[in-house]
Design a protein around this ligand. Structure first.
Ligand SMILES: C[S@@+](CC[C@H](N)C(=O)[O-])C[C@H]1O[C@@H](n2cnc3c(N)ncnc32)[C@H](O)[C@@H]1O
Length: 287
């Protein structure tokens, strides 16, 4: 078993979304993984893992998927997780099965297992790279010929958030886009590059490229994982003060009421709450 290693240097290719070895959003990642577990597992299933296979999770974050991969390849198999963030690797170590190997560092420069893997899983990670095609090519070097790669990506923003008020929803979504454009200095094209994975896998020379989109659909009454994720990872950090300058005072006040568990109109307690978000997994095979 490889222990998490401290990484002394930052990635050579700077991340688009501000990732560093010191950055820690493990809690938010854990909330997301528990919320979207059913759809993420459907994505993992596309790898067709069998007992004894060797698989890499590139950008494993807080590591929930490592247990699912280990389950699929069994005790004779091998699971390796890689992540840049020391805190994320620590979170992954705390919960992944002991047999899972973890590597901490920039996957562009780390010595990844060479050419022998049966499968690579990478979820919500390619969009963090300034050069996602180079990252994809790097991941493909770990695969044996005939090995399978699956790249999962949630839609940039939910397809439906406030089912009863499309105008306010549009204003909020536009505000979030404006916030992210400013925060990360990204233009619209870079911000929405998450849609481009199909073309990237083809450009990277993978064969049999296919796309599969799962819909993360949640309706009231909400399960605990959905409530926790939406409240703690979206409503509280993103829809509060950060959006104030992008909304009219009336819309900002309406949004605050929707996001407040103590308010009678709290969105997540409404009987008509109906949430839709896509999760697209693009798969390919190394020629
Ligand atoms: C949004 S998280 C994805 C976590 C999880 N796979 C999921 O499905 O939600 C992106 C992860 O990629 C990692 N990451 C970003 N740049 C990286 C790099 N250059 N090398 C390795 N990991 C990187 C981040 O630290 C973070 O844990």
């Amino acid at each position: 078993m490889t222990q998490p290693q401290a990484r002394p240097t930052e990635p050579q290719t700077p991340g688009l979304l501000g990732d560093t070895a010191q950055r820690d959003y493990a809690r938010k990642l854990g909330l997301f993984m528990r919320f979207a577990e059913p759809e993420l597992r459907q994505g993992v299933a596309l790898l067709g893992l069998e007992p004894g296979m060797q698989v890499l999770d590139a950008g494993c974050g807080s590591g929930e998927a490592l247990a699912w991969l280990a389950e699929a390849v069994g005790p004779q198999g091998r699971v390796v997780g890689v992540d840049l963030s020391t805190a994320h690797i620590q979170a992954a170590r705390a919960q992944a099965p002991a047999s899972v190997e973890l590597l901490c560092g920039d996957l562009m420069t780390l010595p990844l297992p060479a050419s022998g893997l049966d499968a690579v899983w990478s979820s919500n990670t390619l969009n963090h790279f300034a050069d996602p095609l180079a990252a994809l090519r790097q991941l493909a070097t770990s695969l044996r010929p005939g090995g399978r790669l699956a790249v999962g990506q949630t839609g940039f923003l939910p397809e439906m958030l406030f089912a009863w008020d499309s105008r306010l929803e549009r204003a909020v979504v536009d505000g979030v886009r404006a916030h992210y454009r400013e925060r990360y200095g990204l233009d619209e094209e870079r911000l929405t590059a998450v849609r481009a994975n199909l073309g990237l896998l083809r450009q990277a020379g993978l064969a049999q490229v296919q796309a599969h989109t799962f819909v993360i659909e949640r309706i009231s009454p909400l399960d605990v994982a959905t409530r926790d994720y939406l409240l703690e990872a979206q409503f509280r950090p993103l829809f509060g003060d950060r959006l104030r300058r992008w909304l009219t005072p009336q819309d900002h006040a309406a949004l605050q009421r929707l996001c407040d568990p103590a308010d009678p109109g709290f969105a997540l307690a409404r009987p008509d709450f109906h949430y839709l978000q896509t999760y697209t997994v693009v798969t390919g095979v190394k020629a």
